[in-house]
Design a protein around this ligand. Sequence first.
Ligand SMILES: [Zn+2]
Length: 256
Amino acid sequence: MGKQAFVFNAVIITLLGMCIGSFLNVVIYRLPRGESILWGRSRCPACGHGLAWYDLLPVVSFILLRGRCRTCGARISWLYPGVELLTGLLFLVLFWRFGVTAALTKYLFLSAVLIAATFIDLQHYLIPDSLVITALVGGIVLGTATGDVGAISALVGAAASGGFLFLVAVLSGGGMGGGDIKLAFVTGLFLGWPLAQLGLFIGICLGGVLAVVLLAFRIKGRKDPIPFGPFIALGSIIALLWGNGIIGWYFRFFSG
Ligand SMILES: [Zn+2]
């Protein structure tokens, strides 16, 4: 790819990511509230006033409105532009890592699902079944179409990650939610063995470190729930981007 074509594609994919991020904001807000994602226009959560198309431009509208509703002046959460920027950035990094390939579509889809799961879990301590089922269908269709991960690898990855968290849930007596188990299963299907297991391992390490910090600084008590979905997401993205390098390094290091 020429330099000009690369820059052009990078800009397009980032803008696409920001638009998908705008849609994910709708998903994140409406799915846990049982509202339809496809019908009904977006409204200000404070005054209920319907938003025009020029209020919904990713990031741009937030800046032009200086973070306030055009009608009632209520503050708009920074999470909205934050999710849009994050999605745009993640799309850009995935494009940079994988180029314009069939597998890229699968990874973009996975990253969108993981961002939605992360922010819903952070706010509501749950991962909706409808999101997991959407991811499952997408994973099967895109996985079959792209064939970047073999069927056996995908099934083993899904069963091992989902099964491990199921075991943790049983042994800890409810310390791990059903949504986490299902998300780990679906993510395993996308990444396959052994990338999925590396991702889960990274997620558990990061989650463990954060839990210790939160407890040490008394930000959270021993009984407070800490959502695990965001760590499944973060670990999986790290494994997707750099997992093969990490696994290669590991084996070189321990085989002398
Ligand atoms: Zn308003």
